[in-house]
Design a protein around this ligand. Structure first.
Ligand code: 5GP
Ligand code: ZN
Length: 141
């Protein structure tokens, strides 16, 4: 039984209660076009069941989800004539998540389309980087 949140717009789309421009459906995942695309063909892939963020996704989804991302990604690139493809995924409001039903953005990209995703910085020294790597590694469960 797929868990549905009554206040969630993506649950309503997955249940067919709100229309979408659907491009693919697997046993556990759905893909449709984002209503406000970065470029035309920008697609969203999501588990049909309600899970708020990436951190809540059950491992059993993995194979179906990865296959769906690859299948839809290939089709988006072919349909739009894209030169590249970004997979983007936002978790929690601080990271730009607007819809709290975990989902993945497949964004077709074009040579010289001018999009710059994020600026990068540097660590002060290797010890800072290695110390943080150890802290994270110790917390991986
Ligand atoms: P987020 O910022 O949560 O990662 O992305 C949510 C995305 O869902 C946004 O890019 C937004 O344009 C898209 N979106 C929000 N509501 C709807 C809707 O009702 N239909 C469709 N197709 N996309 C939606
Ligand atoms: Zn939902």
């Amino acid at each position: 039984m797929t868990y549905k949140d009554p206040d969630c717009i993506f649950c309503k789309i997955a249940a067919g209660e709100i229309p979408c421009a659907k491009v693919y459906e697997s046993e556990s995942c759905l893909a449709f076009l984002d209503i406000a695309p970065v470029h035309a063909g920008h697609a969203l892939v999501l588990p049909k069941a309600h899970h708020p963020t990436l951190l809540d996704l059950p491992a059993e989804l993995g194979s179906d989800l990865m296959q769906t991302l690859a299948k839809v990604g290939r089709a988006v690139m072919e349909a739009t004539g894209a030169d590249g493809l970004n997979l983007m995924q936002n978790n929690f409001e601080a990271a730009g998540q607007l819809v709290h039903h975990a989902h993945f953005h497949l964004v077709p990209r074009f040579e010289d389309d001018g999009l710059r995703l994020w600026p990068q910085t540097a660590y002060d020294d290797p010890e800072e980087m290695n110390g943080l790597a150890k802290k994270i590694a110790d917390l991986v469960k």
